[in-house]
Design a protein around this ligand. Structure first.
Ligand code: HEM
Length: 131
């Protein structure tokens, strides 16, 4: 059996990571970078910090090059199981939803600030006719 066809649960990944293997998930695929730590241009710490976790967001935020993406293939050891893929996706959807809410919250605070200034200006303008 080739390791590339292995299906992992998040639980299993955490368990392996606790045994000193640097294993994490990127875009639903499982990578073991234990032998790449010394060579990683971004340093070994970032990799170790993500052991046992989903590293997709940080991996994408760094903006890894296409060379880095080609290199990854060598470290892929399997895939995340369907139920954990769904669990991660719904966590991401939730985070996205709360980010959108806070943007719209900020916007409405901003809008009510503008409205107050405009009202104050109109009141001052009208008042200036009476004095
Ligand atoms: C198999 C997985 C990975 C491979 C093969 C890989 C490979 C690379 C390579 C080749 C670079 C040099 C820049 C580039 O070509 O993009 C790099 C930079 C970097 N990587 Fe990774 N990386 C992996 C996973 C990760 C993960 C999971 C993180 C963080 C959670 C990470 C964080 C960084 C950081 C912070 C840099 C430095 C960026 C900079 O200095 O601008 N990498 N990586």
């Amino acid at each position: 059996m080739t390791e590339a066809s292995t299906v992992f649960t998040m639980e299993k990944i955490k368990q392996l990571a606790s045994k000193n293997r640097t294993i994490f998930v990127i875009n639903n695929e499982v990578y073991d970078v234990s032998k790449f730590l010394d060579e990683h241009p971004g340093g070994e710490e970032v990799l170790q910090e993500h052991a046992g976790k989903d590293a997709s967001e940080t991996f994408e935020d760094v903006g890894h090059s296409s060379d880095a993406r080609e290199m990854m293939v060598k470290f892929k050891i399997g895939e995340l199981c369907e139920s954990d893929k769904k669990a991660l996706q719904s966590k991401k959807d939730k985070n996205k939803a709360s980010a959108t809410t806070s943007i719209s919250d900020n916007f409405s605070t901003y809008k009510s600030g503008i409205i107050s200034v405009v009202v104050a200006f109109i009141v001052t303008y009208i008042y200036s006719f009476y004095i």
